[in-house]
Design a protein around this ligand. Structure first.
Ligand code: PAF
Length: 283
């Protein structure tokens, strides 16, 4: 497995593979791999002839005061795990390579970035869209793989790719969970034992939403109120938002219809956790 650090070498390598007729898959990451990342790499490995994983803790998606400095990093472990997953190449640029001074150009996706996590983290999706657009230019892949735990991110990137005519297929892969339902996240490492136990309420609240929908409830507020009441039983879990939104534009819904995303974010100790379920609602 090769490790490439410069944009020029990375682009040349991918262009050679494309000229040789190979399908190129990209898995963008910020490293500190867990089973969620590995599942994306395995799907990419299965579908593509050449698999690149980008590993870059992107400073522009962190607001001042967020965990950029503390974000967990372990390059040698990541290299070993990616190699075991059959990845061909890791792109691991330095900050100066991605954002040469003076850096002045950003990508802003409007509307859908203003709700859910976008409301709590202004500027976050501008940073995500900017770095992903740059990665799509540096690594002209046929397919790019993202996890549905970050459902809003998936929709923002789909919209950005469509609006800016990137010739790339965005593949959304299922959330990978711990046995008790906690969605895999690099930030789970911040949780202390008691906090870790308390987090199970998040997935339980999403399962409750699924159950209520299956029982015929179509009033979004009744379902989110039920979720809120359940989460309130865990004082260590402080919800930031609990919402039902439509899957295309992530606009709040009152009456459930079609594809609806139940999404939540909560603070648990030092960690900010997000999770969601997507339900298909019949009339
Ligand atoms: O999901 C992530 O790890 C990041 O937001 C991404 C897509 C790699 C952009 O930095």
């Amino acid at each position: 497995m090769r490790i490439i650090t410069t944009a020029g070498e990375m682009r040349r390598t991918v262009e050679e593979r494309r000229s040789a007729g190979e399908t190129v898959g990209l898995v963008p990451t910020m490293g500190f791999f867990h089973r969620g990342h590995i599942s994306l790499m395995r799907v990419a490995r299965h579908e593509c002839g050449f698999v690149v994983v980008s590993l870059f803790v992107n400073p522009t998606q962190f607001a001042p005061g967020e965990d950029l400095e503390d974000y967990p990093r372990d390059l040698s472990r990541d290299v070993e795990m990616a190699s075991e997953a059959g990845v061909d190449c890791i792109f691991h640029p330095r900050v100066e390579e991605m954002y040469p001074e003076p850096y002045l150009t950003y990508v802003a996706v409007e509307g859908i970035t203003e709700r859910l996590c976008g409301a709590a983290r202004p500027g976050h999706f501008r940073g995500v869209a900017t770095v992903v657009a740059k990665l799509f230019n540096i690594i002209p892949a046929h397919r790019a793989y993202f996890g549905l735990k970050d459902a809003q991110q998936v929709q923002v990137i789909r919209k950005m790719a469509r609006d800016l005519d990137f010739d790339i297929h965005i593949v959304a892969c299922p959330t990978v969970r711990e046995e008790d339902g906690l969605a895999m996240s690099s930030r789970n490492i911040y949780l202390e034992a008691k906090e870790r136990e308390a987090t199970t309420v998040l997935y339980r609240s999403l399962r409750l939403a699924e159950r209520l929908v299956a029982q015929g409830e179509r009033d979004a507020a009744k379902i989110t109120e039920g979720m809120r009441a359940l989460i309130a039983q865990e004082p260590l879990v402080q919800p930031e938002y609990i919402e039902a939104v439509d899957w295309e534009l992530l606009a709040p819904v009152q009456r459930l219809r079609g594809q609806v995303l139940f999404a939540l974010a909560a603070r648990v100790g030092k960690a900010r956790l997000i999770d969601n379920v997507l339900v298909e609602v019949e009339d």
